[in-house]
Design a protein around this ligand. Structure first.
Ligand SMILES: [Fe+2]
Length: 295
């Protein structure tokens, strides 16, 4: 198995191509569709890089795997699905996330909340193959209820559950997020893997300007993760995570990202004039008067 890492500096997202160099079987984890919020324009620059890599190495792309419905970038899954005929997969609890956001975005009643926009919905513990690659799904909810990690041989792709040890863990303040669930996911599930397991994270925010890092191990995380190491209690973690989340601003691309990603990376359907529009809810967290003024 070989792993190619791509980094999107605009959203600090790490995308992975995992492939078998002999058979050329491959999966992509968490691809990014570039989006400039000021111009309200998408671009496929990052996806074209990914596409060139896949073509250059003559890979057979079986799956595009999402670790969760991201809140900070739009998924590039549909582009890769069209180019390579890959299937798009995500954790089965995406249904819970779809239900929450159908209401927030006032999506049509016909918007499916059964996950049927995705080609595969993975249950906890499910094993599947992508040609010669054998994969296992580990449910790691907390950052969102639908978060999963993908284990392939000695590597686990943790999305936003577990980051590099000097940064910590993913935030848990999105709708239906839970710091206690994240503690269980990391402390009871990921830390039960062998210490030598390589961990590939979903973002690297390069704390204090250090070099980009995509990779750590379970052993190092258990020993040194600044927010959740082997000795951290559930109470201490939940208290720390909740206090920290209260200080965090909303992600820059929260609304554009989530409404596209709960629909498996499909852009909103065009209006009668042929243009597509994103919806941005107003004063979501505040009670308002009838005229929309915050109380
Ligand atoms: Fe995320």
């Amino acid at each position: 198995m070989q792993i190619e890492t791509l980094f999107d500096p605009a959203t600090y997202t790490l995308t992975y191509v995992v492939f078998d160099p002999k058979t050329r079987d491959a999966v992509v984890i968490d691809p990014v569709l570039d989006y400039d919020p000021l111009a309200s324009a998408t671009s496929t620059r990052s996806l074209e890089k990914l596409e060139s890599f896949i073509q250059k190495h003559e890979l057979r792309l079986h799956y595009v795997l999402e670790t969760h419905a991201h809140a900070d970038h739009l998924s590039g899954s549909q582009y890769l699905k069209k180019r390579f005929g890959a299937k798009v997969g995500i954790g089965a609890r995406i249904r819970d996330v779809q239900k929450v956001f159908r209401d927030i975005f006032d999506l049509p009643a016909a918007f499916p909340v059964d996950g049927s926009q995705f080609d595969r919905l993975f249950e906890d513990g499910e094993k599947f193959s992508a040609g010669a690659l054998e994969l296992e799904v580990i449910a790691t909810p907390g950052h969102t209820p639908a978060c999963v990690s993908y284990k392939i041989e000695d590597a686990v792709f943790t999305g936003d559950a577990l980051f590099i040890e000097d940064y910590g863990t993913g935030r848990c303040d999105f709708p239906a997020g839970s710091a206690s669930d994240l503690y269980t996911s990391v402390h009871e599930r990921l830390y039960a893997l062998p210490d030598a397991t390589r961990v590939f994270v979903g973002h690297d925010y390069q704390p204090e300007g250090r070099e980009l890092r995509a990779q750590t191990t379970i052993g190092v995380s258990k020993e040194k993760n600044v927010q959740l190491c082997a000795g951290t209690s559930r109470e201490a973690f939940v208290q720390m995570r909740t206090a920290r989340d209260a200080t965090l601003a909303a992600p820059r691309l929260l609304y554009p990202s989530v409404q596209v990603n709960v629909d498996a990376g499909n852009l909103p359907r065009p209006h009668a004039n042929g243009r597509r529009y994103l919806t941005v809810p107003l004063n979501l967290k505040q009670a308002t008067d009838d005229d929309g003024t915050p109380r």
